[in-house]
Design a protein around this ligand. Structure first.
Ligand code: PLP
Length: 290
């Protein structure tokens, strides 16, 4: 069984250990491109329609040529066929502006194993620290060149924030705005529960629209939950009946400690993680769109 699968957008299976990018690819030298990370479960790409839609939105924000969605679907099917149906995988779609010297965009996808940290976060939850992002929630509207709602390849700041958290003993981060409002994690969406109301910060505040949160909100109403987008402060996270970081591969990681403060286990912990599992297995599947 392959430990890593690599497929280029022309549908060609490549050797995952062989070089692929040119030295002047703008992905490598500028982080000038977009990506998606998708969970593979039971031989299917979870919430793939939401991911492909976000890939197109991110590409549009960067003035990249519109992604050839049908070609992506075919390449994804080839990669999953190679990966197999009996194990989870983490798939990454990468779409960059291509070489600095010109030519076509670069487009490929990989599938690899789900990282051990993901397995640990699902099982044990996370300790999280809040860190300032340094910008206002107004910035997305006033400075579109900041690309705040796009999933660009420029994640160096996010990774630096995670290293900063690790150095202080935390597993993950929740960013706050210059007004002190809750934004998102470096690779996740923030979700709280107040009773049976699920609340996440508004995407207008300059955060990435999360596919996991969107899938959850699509099914939660039929499971006696109310869903809202609302401005949150760190104090709201502490006072909540549950706090999670949602993301495509980890799914729902419960935050058990925030800024050193232990948070009680939510009554709905198992129900919420079951609902996220259900949501990503059903919402935005290919059959859904057919
Ligand atoms: N916010 C950021 C900055 C992210 O990198 C991610 C992960 O991709 C998310 C939110 C959560 O999005 P999703 O649920 O689509 O993985």
């Amino acid at each position: 069984m392959a430990e890593q699968v690599l497929v280029t957008l022309d549908g060609e299976l490549r050797d995952p250990d062989a070089p692929l990018l040119r030295a002047d690819d703008l992905a490598a030298v500028r982080g000038d491109g977009v990506f998606e990370t998708v969970l593979i479960r039971d031989g299917a790409p979870c919430t793939i329609e939401l991911h492909l839609a976000r890939l197109c939105n991110s590409a549009a924000a960067l003035d990249l040529p519109a992604p050839d969605v049908e070609a992506w679907r075919i390449a994804i099917a080839i990669a999953i066929d190679e990966w197999g149906a009996n194990r989870e995988g983490a798939m990454r779609l990468v779409y960059s502006r291509g070489r600095e010297s010109g030519g076509e965009p670069t487009a490929y996808l990989t599938i690899g194993p789900v990282a051990p940290r993901v397995v640990a976060a699902r099982r044990d939850g996370l300790s999280v620290c809040t860190l300032e992002r340094g910008y206002s929630v107004d910035l997305a509207a006033t400075a579109p060149w900041q690309l705040l709602g796009a999933k660009t390849l420029s994640y160096a700041t996010n990774m630096a924030a995670l290293r900063h958290a690790h150095a202080s003993g935390a597993d993950d981060v929740i960013f706050t705005s210059s007004e002190g409002l809750v934004l998102e994690g470096p690779r996740s969406t923030v979700l709280i529960a107040r009773g049976r109301t699920l609340i996440t910060p508004p995407v207008e505040h300059g955060i990435l629209p999360g596919t996991t949160q969107q899938a959850l909100f699509q099914v939660a109403g039929t499971h006696r939950f109310r869903c809202e987008m609302a401005a949150l402060r760190p104090a709201d996270l502490i006072a909540a009946d549950g706090l999670w970081l949602l993301s495509s591969v980890t799914l729902a990681a419960r935050v058990h400690t925030l800024d050193g403060l232990p948070l009680p286990a939510p009554e709905i912990a198992d129900e919420l993680s079951g609902l996220v599992d259900l949501a990503v297995g059903t919402v935005g599947a290919e059959a859904d769109a057919a």
